[in-house]
Design a binder for this molecule. Structure first.
Ligand SMILES: Cc1cc2nc3c(=O)[nH]c(=O)nc-3n(C[C@H](O)[C@H](O)[C@H](O)COP(=O)(O)OP(=O)(O)OC[C@H]3O[C@@H](n4cnc5c(N)ncnc54)[C@H](O)[C@@H]3O)c2cc1C
Ligand code: FES
Length: 348
């Protein structure tokens, strides 16, 4: 082996590759044709989390935001940021089922824009009639902008109803893309506007199983969970589902009425709307406080559950830190952190 070159062994795949001291482990694995889980490649989303079985690594900019102190202490690492300091063996998750889905770049039109809340727009996209975009419940797509920039949005419609693709887009003040969907922008994107999208992307997908589910959304984190909810309820999957949706105030629970209809029609579903900046207002399905704390208040033991969480990074961080302390198996916790894109290079 040359100086500054180490071996990287990836379990349970049993592959060994060479990696240089300056190269992120994920990049070396992808270059060798191994399709390991990843998404943002910037240390935020934690999709590339793996376990360090032996050897030493370093992070050039310190512990990445997507890795909690507890996780780092317990031997987890983020492959997209870690560089080797010695020969290294890691255990990485398998993503065979997601790898089966082809990533496409397609043109599409904005078919409809429906305001859901003062700062959330429901965007319906129509693909050309000859095109389809197969995806799994929970995945997202990238809207491709000029100059190679891209913006990620989760697909809210379920895979079995993909004639139009539904997105929930929160307006980001000063945002280059999201502002253009709202009236008053000088470069508005209205109904009929043409976009280019790439997808489906992401390993946050519904997994078959029998254990009860806890779904936790923050704000527009409802979008991928709506896809998962519709997939479960409309395909007759009988798992109990506890859905917790956190928002600032009641208008931000922008499809609350729909959820109440679903709980009437499907006894397997329980819904809590959790308001962080307003009182619960006497409605029996509402709570006041932080959404992850509402889950903990109602579940002394999370041992038997599978958890899906989507929304702002602070919510995901809280779920990842607190829920395993209540007995949740970290391997049964799936999450999508809505980090915003560093205006970076295209995804590989
Ligand atoms: C996997 C994934 C899925 C996502 N799904 C959704 C979704 O379904 N619905 C949705 O509304 N959003 C979602 N997001 C977040 C969304 O991608 C960003 O909000 C969006 O890219 C902002 O684009 P913009 O061009 O308007 O803002 P930009 O021009 O990129 O941002 C302008 C400035 O605003 C700040 N900013 C941008 N985005 C955010 C943010 N999200 N939170 C806080 N500050 C921000 C930054 O300081 C930035 O410099 C998702 C993100 C990821 C990674
Ligand atoms: S791909 Fe490594 S943290 Fe997102």
């Amino acid at each position: 082996m040359n100086p500054g070159e180490y071996s990287l062994r990836i379990e349970p795949h049993g592959r060994t590759l060479k990696v240089t001291a300056e190269r992120p482990l994920l990049e070396a694995a992808l270059a060798a044709g191994m399709n390991l889980p990843h998404s943002c490649k910037s240390g935020h989303c934690a999709s590339c989390r793996a376990r360090l079985l032996s050897g030493e690594i370093r992070y050039p900019h310190g512990r990445p935001l997507g890795l909690s102190e507890d996780e780092a202490r317990s031997g987890y690492l983020l492959l997209c940021q870690a560089r080797p300091l010695s020969d290294v063996t890691v255990e990485a998750r398998h993503i065979a089922s997601v790898a089966d889905v082809e990533i496409k770049t397609l043109p599409c039109r904005i078919a409809r824009l429906v305001p859901l809340a003062p700062d959330v727009m429901q965007v319906w996209l129509r693909l050309p009639s000859v095109e389809r975009l197969p995806f799994q419940a929970g995945q997202y797509l990238d809207v491709l902008l000029e100059g190679g920039r891209r913006r990620s949005f989760s697909i809210a419609s379920p895979p079995h109803d993909s004639s139009l693709i539904e997105l929930h887009v929160r307006r980001v003040a000063g945002g280059g893309f999201t502002e253009r969907l709202f009236a008053g922008s000088s470069a508005a994107l209205g109904e009929g506007a043409l976009l280019r999208i790439e997808g489906p992307v992401g390993q946050f997908v519904y997994r078959d199983g029998a254990s009860p589910l806890i779904l936790v959304a923050g704000g527009t984190g409802f979008a991928p969970l709506k896809s998962i909810l519709r997939h479960v309820l409309e395909n007759g999957i009988r798992r109990p589902v506890h859905f917790y949706w956190g928002a600032r105030a009641a208008p931000d629970l922008y499809e609350e009425a729909l959820l109440l209809e679903w709980t009437e029609a499907h006894p397997q579903l329980r819904f809590r709307g959790v308001l962080s900046e307003a009182a619960a207002g006497g409605a029996p399905h509402r709570r006041a406080g932080w959404v992850h704390e509402a889950v903990l208040a109602e579940h002394a033991d999370l041992g038997g559950f599978e958890v899906y969480a989507a929304g702002p990074p602070a919510l995901i961080e809280a779920v990842r830190t607190e829920f395993p302390r209540r007995g949740l198996d970290p391997q049964r916790l799936y999450f999508d952190s809505f980090d915003y894109a560093p205006d970076a290079v295209p995804r590989s």
